[in-house]
Design a protein around this ligand. Structure first.
Ligand code: HEM
Ligand code: MN
Length: 474
């Protein structure tokens, strides 16, 4: 199975030059701004000229996938280097209608995309769009994502964009993102858990790193010797580019014109509420031992705060290997991670098996989210009283080939109460209780507990990240 791309191979240059950055690999910058743009009526030509200027001319902001890989590499080698601004543009179905009239956007066949996120509110149990932040209630045409290593330089770039569009468009809202880190320097979300560990891998060098981090020695996928059983592949994250890329139908002549459907959701997190309920759950499950006190939260998320997957724990005390991802949920039923644990609900790691190995299923997305909002406390200090209840959260972002089969499928699964609602992101009836097995490694006896909702949607939209040649030829 060699679906992976060699980033250094000349053969892949046209592909990587033809797509925008951030799709196949995260831009990685710690400061971001999502600028949401509404064009005023009858300024179509100016809007097209601006889109064009993003990829051509002196002020071009947007980097191709190739240029982004180069700058990521430079940054990795020397953190002191200013790798500059990263930018990529996303267009909603309303945006395509604004630019081309009613005809063209239907070529972008994804149904949820065509209707926009507000139309999916009922399906996803989202709050009524009329309760969203006003900047997301507006009709959004474009979303420009800007990212920088330095906050002040990012702000200056946003000012420049404001000036460039003011004659034809209004900014409906700006969502500012800011990476959050734990004491070990790993990226976390506001509940305090390491995030961004499990991703589809598209590049050969990522696969080499993955094998090293997960101590995978044998790609043969066969357990020859019981003592080697931890060193074989159990979950294969390698993915073909078609997991996230589709041909850009509005640039039909260019064989390297690929784009990607993009989901943006501003998800507010009530951290104090979540931490309170975690403690209550630990009480219900009888987790009082020092070794066990993190286990309630790990059962909700699927990983401990430091990222350790609960499925790989050998005993109740939680292991400390944040990067481990080589597992399927094989310990049976709810034994370690409940069926409704967030990582298990959103990626159950069941489905296609090749040569006895679990391969990433076609529901997986390239997640590109970043936290928003300021913290004055230490997210991992174990306290509850000092935790924020609002104004912080996750700017959820994902790239996929199909919003219907990937993001919407996964969110719908998370909402499903059959095996318990996803305690982190589930939306809907919260009264149904999920099953927990506090007795380590046993599926009985079980305890049942419900968990309140502490993640709330403030607004969002579906977009398409068009190809470089679409932008060059507009
Ligand atoms: C993984 C938190 C929203 C889908 C994770 C992880 C954490 C986390 C801590 C484990 C780290 C990792 O494996 O990468 C959150 C929080 C959210 C949120 C706090 C909201 C505020 C979402 C949403 C979706 C989603 C909206 C999709 C509908 C996933 C997936 C994984 C994941 C697919 C990886 C599972 C795996 O492959 O093992 N999330 N998440 N998350 N999350 Fe979320
Ligand atoms: Mn731990």
């Amino acid at each position: 199975m060699s679906v992976l791309l060699d980033p250094h191979s000349l053969a892949n240059r046209p592909l990587l030059d033809g797509i925008q950055g951030n799709i196949l690999k995260s831009h990685g910058r710690p400061h971001t701004a999502n600028v949401f743009i509404h064009c005023r009526p009858n300024h179509v030509d100016e809007a097209k000229t601006w889109l064009h200027s993003l990829v051509e001319g002196e002020d071009a902001l947007i980097q191709s996938g190739y240029a982004q890989l180069r700058s990521n590499l430079l940054w990795k080698e020397n953190q002191a280097i200013d790798t500059g601004l990263f930018a990529c543009i996303h267009i909603s179905a309303a945006g395509y209608r604004y630019l081309f009239g009613d005809g063209k956007n239907t070529e972008l066949a994804d149904k949820p995309f065509q209707r926009g996120m507000k139309a999916s509110a009922a399906l996803l149990n989202d709050p009524d769009p009329e309760s969203w932040e006003s900047g997301f209630q507006a009709e959004i045409h474009f979303m420009l994502l800007l990212a920088y290593t330095h906050k002040d330089l990012l702000e200056a770039s946003v000012d420049n964009v404001n000036r460039a569009i003011q004659s034809f468009a209004d900014v409906t809202t700006i969502a500012w993102g800011c990476a959050l880190k734990n004491a070990e320097g790993a990226g976390i979300e506001h509940f305090g858990y390491v995030d961004g560990i499990s991703q589809p891998l598209f590049f050969e060098d990522e696969w080499e790193t993955y094998k090293k981090n997960n101590n995978i020695k044998d790609e043969a996928r066969d357990i020859k010797d019981e003592k080697d059983k931890d060193t074989i592949i159990k979950f294969d994250p390698r993915a073909a580019k078609e997991l996230v890329l589709v041909k850009d139908p509005l640039s039909p002549k260019d064989p390297n014109a690929w784009g990607s459907y993009f989901v943006f959701r501003k998800l507010e997190q009530n951290v104090k509420g979540f931490k309170q309920e975690e403690a209550i759950l630990a009480g219900i499950l009888g987790f009082r031992e020092e070794d066990d006190k993190e286990r309630a939260g790990a059962m909700l998320v699927g990983r401990a705060e430091d990222g350790s997957p609960i499925e790989l724990d050998k005993k109740p005390g939680l292991i400390n290997s944040a990067l481990l991802n080589n597992f399927a949920y094989q310990s049976g039923n709810n034994a370690k991670c409940p069926f409704h644990g967030h990582t298990r609900k959103t990626n159950p790691r069941v489905g296609p098996v090749e040569e006895g190995v679990q391969v990433a299923n076609n529901r997986v997305m390239a997640r590109r989210g970043i936290p928003y909002g300021n913290r004055t406390d230490d997210p991992n200090d174990g306290n509850i009283y000092n935790k924020p209840t609002d104004k912080v959260g996750l700017l959820f972002m994902s790239y996929q080939a199909s919003i219907k089969d990937q993001f919407e499928f996964v969110q719908t699964q998370a909402n499903d109460t059959q095996e318990g609602i996803d305690p982190v992101i589930g939306q809907g009836d919260r009264s149904a209780k999920g099953v927990f097995c506090p007795e380590w490694g046993l599926t009985e006896p079980t305890k049942k507990a419900s968990f309140a909702q502490f993640v709330n949607l403030k607004g969002g939209e579906y977009f398409f990240a068009p190809s470089m040649s679409f932008l060059k030829n507009i």
